[in-house]
Design a protein around this ligand. Structure first.
Ligand code: KG4
Ligand code: ZN
Length: 335
């Protein structure tokens, strides 16, 4: 069995073909960074238009890399949500057309579950129960996974996502877009102790996040210190800022671990590419004596391999959430 998956939830147009053993036969990710860079953030209308322009080529190129043609595909999968509704609908409609024409099954996949699946795809033996966090430009969500396919949302951001805040601070300092990888590079040799941030925590003690407070604190410090892209303390400032984000993430893992007693920890999503965050996360897991995994960087950012990987597993176990041509897109997390 060969399964073709498409992912268009935000600003990457992606397709992947996996076989029944979840071997990757082909994968293409086309980023829209250049389109959104002048606005220092994703413009939803431009994103959906760009998906429309790219989707045909991305799928064709993916099939070419897999050495297959459309009749060689036996099943389809597509991201249903959460994400930008216009962008989701481009992928969904495209794949529905193929499934209808070839009379093949079509499975709808949740984007956040797919992000978590990236870890199980690369490290299949991770023990349950597990705590998994998706840290990206659109989401900062913590899940408790009692067992495979059984996940419960136990914490989420109440305002900005971690990546959104990185992108906004980079925009304020005129560093470029997307901000996360630029900040990582500039902060590499910085001393975080020179610019300590008060770690963000919810007043009600919940496992939710609020990153807008951290963003305001960063913008205040920028104004107070005259911080700019040519300031001598830029690396220290950005290192301190990265450290505060890492602290917020690890604080939630630490408190959730006390409550849910997991056997493993997973961190995924675009911000999980961050070197400082990866290091802090793996050190923390080691200290706690827990198994931990962060997917390789190309599987942390949006891609269709994680969507296809999850779809193959769901097809095998018949744990399908949605099935067929009546699938619809949803903008927010609904599971
Ligand atoms: O998962 P993703 O590709 O898209 C969403 O679903 O949001 O994540 C994109 C986010 C952006 O905010 C980007 O700045 C951030 O991931 N990002 C990083 C790094 N690479 C990408 N943040 C910190 N360090 C990085 N190396
Ligand atoms: Zn994502």
């Amino acid at each position: 069995m060969n399964l073709l998956a498409v992912e268009t939830s935000c600003d990457e147009t992606a397709a992947a073909v996996l076989d029944a053993d979840r071997r990757v036969l082909g994968s293409v990710v086309l980023s829209q960074d250049e389109v959104h860079a002048p606005y220092s953030g994703v413009v939803p209308e431009l994103a959906s238009r760009q998906h429309l322009k790219s989707i045909g080529w991305v799928v064709e190129e993916c099939l070419y890399r897999a050495g297959l043609k459309l009749p060689g595909i036996d099943a389809y999968a597509v991201t249903q949500g959460p994400g930008l509704i216009g962008s989701l609908l481009v992928g969904l409609s495209f794949v529905k057309g193929l499934a209808y024409y070839f009379h093949n099954p079509l499975i709808g996949i949740d984007h956040l579950e797919a992000h978590m699946e990236a870890a199980f795809l690369e490290k299949p033996g991770l023990p349950f129960p597990c705590l998994a966090m998706v840290v990206s430009g659109g989401h900062t969500s913590l899940f408790f996974l009692k067992k495979r396919f059984h996940y419960q949302l136990i914490g989420r951001t109440r305002d900005d996502a971690a990546g959104e805040v990185l992108d906004k601070v980079a925009k304020f300092l005129d560093l470029g877009y997307p901000g996360g990888p630029i900040i990582q590079q500039l902060a590499e040799k910085g001393d975080p102790k020179k610019f300590p941030f008060s770690p963000p925590r919810m007043k009600d003690g919940s496992l939710d996040f609020s990153f807008s407070g951290l963003k305001s604190a960063a913008l205040k410090k920028i104004k107070e210190t005259g911080m700019s892209k040519v300031h001598a303390g830029l690396a220290d400032f950005l290192a301190g800022f990265e450290e505060a984000i890492a602290w917020a993430v690890l604080d939630r893992f630490c408190r959730a671990a006390g409550i849910y007693e997991p056997k493993s920890l997973v961190m995924s999503g675009g911000v999980a590419r961050n070197k400082r965050l990866r290091m802090r996360f793996l050190d923390f897991a080691r200290e706690q004596g827990l198994e931990a995994y962060v997917p390789s960087p190309q599987l942390c950012t949006d891609n269709a391999v994680m969507v296809a990987g999850l779809a193959v597993e769901k097809l095998k176990s018949a744990k399908r959430k949605a099935w067929g041509l009546d699938l619809d897109a949803y903008p927010r997390f609904i599971s």
